[in-house]
Design a protein around this ligand. Structure first.
Ligand code: CU
Length: 593
């Protein structure tokens, strides 16, 4: 039986008693048990930066990638897995793509060839979500988005800029923005969750040039360089006994052919993979490591700790999505939503040789209100990977006290040209089952989209009326988080007119966003220290307004320096980075004009 949440009961007009069902969440019914016997932990070695493969584009020019079918070993106890990979010339990479290293201010061209022959997750394609006439099982559409890139519209890799097997697309990346840990990944409309799941994602490290004012040079002068700099691309996955990918169908919804609908509100895997290996180990020297942490998962949030002998050790976050923070921020835990990145430094120097440090996770699924208990299928994934401390000494240069030559421009001090109210809503059917999520209660195809002035600064209030957290991502720009504040969800929803009185349910296309001011509750909380940097993806918590200040061009703050260095006009998108939400239908176009 589907257990309804208070919100669902409210939407269905059947509230029997407020709070009676508090804490009960339909997610328990969504999580299927993993068909895999779980492989052993910490036996695989983590692929490092060099082993992931590097394309060094710091000199500019052009390069090529081929998207191909491949077979990948996530763990020797699993069979080989049919995957997709981005392969450089001469490479036989079998999952993800090489890490592209670029230099700030030096542009280059990337030509990507779609050489895919069949989709490894064809069984999970949802015909209700993909454009009419598409044949993604045998002829998958692809689009390569540089996530966090200050990119022109034609090189953005948006959901409708897809290209088919046998064709190519050339992207130009100016790299006219702060040094940062970006990533590239697929973005094909209605297919993103399956293309990324299959392997179409890769790291992109934008560096400062040695001799300039920026310290993110990768040469070890200020920060740990390779091999002490390691990307950690964290993705939960689920496998069938033969090693093939599993993606459980949605038993609560029926497809037109009468079978369970392939689309589910969230995918949660029962195995943690990092850089394409299950629960890997990394042997570390006694010194500092710079981990470029990517939440590359479809829907899973992580609440991460580095635990040794049951104690969470202190580490420092030095950068957020769009570049370095003003100064290192001391942490002993880190929450990352899908699409977010964190640039952190962990010091293993004080640990005796032989120490085992486990990267643990304590985030509920869905985040943050999912069930505490762990049903078969693994929710939450309590362990992610392990670090084994060696006796040799590593990188021991002290961490700089200041990470930027000039402090970050504080957008909170600049008056925005406009404030927009942007509600996040979940749409349920009459049985209380989620059927889609929306921005502004409009579908992706709606012509009712946001138009912003080039080089203007806007405040966007992300008003989360749902029960779950949503990581909201804007293309083109890097923004700042002002803070968060609780609000009266029921009062606000009633004021929008989103709910159809005839059914008591949110009806897509109805109503309009209204100012949230009259519904605010309690005091606003400022952004935590590790969010006081440049962001392109921000977690909007349920029942809260998340305020962000967004530059829509390099001159948006009157000439004060921003993370982005370019202004472009044209069409982009903003969306939830839970890929199941993005695909159905929590994504809108917006236009810079
Ligand atoms: Cu979402």
């Amino acid at each position: 039986m589907v257990q309804l949440t208070r919100r669902q009961l409210l939407q269905a007009g059947a509230l029997a008693g407020a709070g009676v069902l508090a804490g009960v969440h339909p997610a328990a019914a969504r999580i299927a048990a993993g068909p895999s016997g779980l492989p052993g932990m910490f036996t695989e070695q983590l692929p490092t930066l060099a082993e992931l493969g590097v394309i060094d584009m710091r000199g500019g020019g052009s390069t090529e990638l081929w998207m191909r079918n491949a077979r990948h070993s996530f763990h020797p106890e699993l069979g080989l897995t049919d995957t997709l990979a981005y392969q450089a010339a001469g490479s036989s990479q079998t999952y993800l793509g090489p890490v592209i290293i670029a230099a700030r201010g030096t542009g280059f061209n990337l030509t990507v060839h779609n050489a895919i022959q069949i989709h490894p997750l064809a069984f999970a394609i949802d015909t209700e979500l993909v454009p009419a006439g598409s044949n993604d099982a045998h002829y998958p559409r692809t689009s390569v988005h540089l996530h966090g890139g200050n990119t022109s519209p034609e090189s953005d890799g948006g959901p409708e800029q897809t290209f088919l097997p046998g064709t190519s697309y050339t992207y130009h990346y100016d790299n006219n923005q702060d040094a940062a840990g970006l990533w590239y990944h697929d973005h094909a409309l209605g297919l993103t969750r399956l293309n990324v799941y299959a392997g179409l994602a890769g790291g992109y490290l934008l560096r400062d040039t040695p001799g300039g004012t920026g310290i993110d040079t990768g040469d070890g002068t200020h920060l740990p360089p390779p091999p002490y700099e390691v990307p950690l691309i964290i993705q939960d996955r689920m496998f069938n006994p033969d090693g093939s990918f599993a993606y459980p169908p949605n038993d609560e919804l029926t497809a037109p052919d009468g079978t369970p609908r392939p689309w589910a509100p969230e995918f949660f895997g029962d195995i943690a993979t990092v850089n394409g290996k299950c629960w890997p180990n990394l042997d570390v020297a006694r010194g500092k490591y710079r981990f470029r942490v990517y939440n590359g998962s479809n829907a899973r949030f992580y609440d991460l700790k580095f635990v040794v002998d049951a104690t969470a050790i202190v580490f420092h976050q030095i950068g957020s999505d769009g570049g370095l923070l003003d100064r290192p921020v001391r942490l002993n835990k880190l929450v990352l939503g899908p699409g977010e990145r964190a640039d952190i430094v962990v010091d293993f120097a004080g640990l005796p040789a032989g120490s085992a440090v486990t990267l643990t996770n304590n985030a509920r699924t869905p985040f943050p209100n999912g069930p505490v208990a762990v049903p078969p299928g693994g929710s939450p994934l309590r362990q992610i990977m392990r670090f084994t401390v060696l006796s040799q000494q590593g990188y021991t240069t002290p961490l700089p006290g200041h990470l930027r030559a000039q402090p970050l421009t504080k957008l909170a001090d600049v008056a925005p040209a406009a404030t927009r109210y942007m509600p996040l809503v979940e749409v349920l059917n009459g049985a209380g089952v989620p059927i889609m999520a929306l921005l502004n209660n409009r579908t992706f195809k709606s012509p009712d989209i946001t138009r912003v002035r080039s080089d203007s600064l806007e405040q966007w209030e992300l008003i989360n009326t749902t029960e779950d957290a949503h990581p909201i991502h804007l293309h083109f720009t890097q923004f700042q988080v002002l803070g968060r504040q609780r609000f009266d969800v029921d009062g606000y929803l009633a004021a929008t007119g989103y709910v159809d009185p005839a059914t008591g349910l949110v009806a897509p296309g109805r109503g309009y966003a209204v100012p949230v001011g009259p519904f605010l509750a309690r005091r606003p909380a400022g952004a935590p220290a590790n969010e006081r940097g440049w962001k392109d993806t921000v977690v909007a918590m349920p029942g809260e307004v998340t305020r962000i200040v967004v530059p829509f061009g390099a001159a948006a703050a009157g000439g004060a320096p921003l993370a982005i260095g370019s202004s472009f006009k044209g069409e982009y998108v903003w969306h939830c980075h839970i890929l199941e939400h993005e695909d159905n239908d929590m994504m809108q176009r917006y236009v810079i004009e």
